[in-house]
Design a binder for this molecule. Structure first.
Ligand code: SF4
Length: 236
């Protein structure tokens, strides 16, 4: 462990202890205060639950950079929703990041890697582009919640991601509280929600979820995979 990574880990532990019961806006404000706007980014998929975090962020500071991974495999509705939310919330710095063209040509010339090796496809289209996009930043914010279960059930409010701080302002927020943010602020829903897509990612790897299923059940259905890797691999 390098000295820098070690000091980020202590910083994360100290912030995590201080922000255990903080409201999401307080967590974002603490992140902003700690590293400054130029060194802080929020990562959003503009999915079915994304508007709540973006709303909280916009109230704190709508100019915090927002990174959106445009994998080239997204639903047209998600791209349209990104544009709707930029307008609705007055977000001023949304950066759409695409996979490296040369790497795509070399590793997935036919666009079928999602079928033969979804982990490699996520690395190519999400993990590597995110690591590249985050290189200027000292900290990032994301919208995972403990109630989503699986690997997310025990996430901290603040954790270390290699040399970077990672803030999870919704870690201990309930589904009801997320729903209330949508209702109170009249946030437009993702267009695919009404058609049964409870969680939306790339087209080939997203299916509808039934009423008795977990919201993320439609992601990578039938595969032994529940995360794309951006939260399970280090970005630095
Ligand atoms: S979610 Fe599917 S299509 Fe998207 S990057 Fe991962 S494997 Fe590829």
């Amino acid at each position: 462990m390098t000295d820098h990574v070690g000091s980020v880990e202590s910083e994360a532990a100290e912030l995590n202890a201080a922000l255990q019961t903080a409201a999401p806006a307080e967590v974002i404000a603490a992140a902003l205060e700690r590293v400054g706007r130029e060194r802080l980014a929020l990562v959003s998929s503009f999915g079915t639950e994304s508007a709540a975090l973006l709303q909280v962020m916009a109230k704190v500071d709508p100019a915090i950079p927002v990174i959106f991974l445009d994998t080239g495999m997204l639903f047209a509705e998600t791209l349209a929703y990104r544009d709707t939310m930029i307008k609705a919330l007055g977000l001023t710095d949304v950066r759409s990041i695409k996979p490296d063209e040369a790497a795509l040509k070399a590793s997935d010339p036919d666009g079928e890697l999602w079928f033969s090796d979804p982990d490699a496809c996520c690395r190519l289209r999400k993990v590597e582009p995110l690591a590249r996009a985050l290189s200027p930043f000292a900290a990032w914010i994301n919208g995972r919640k403990r109630f989503q279960g699986g690997a997310r059930a025990e996430i901290a409010v603040v954790e270390a991601d290699g040399e970077r701080l990672k803030f999870n302002p919704f870690a201990n927020v309930s589904r009801a509280a997320i729903d209330a943010i949508y209702a109170d602020n009249k946030l437009p829903p993702h267009p695919l929600l009404a058609t049964g897509f409870l969680s939306v990612g790339c087209m080939p790897c997203t299916s509808r979820a039934g009423p008795d299923e977990d919201a993320r059940a439609g992601r990578w259905r039938g595969r032994a995979k529940s995360e794309c890797g951006i939260h399970t691999m280090r970005t630095s």
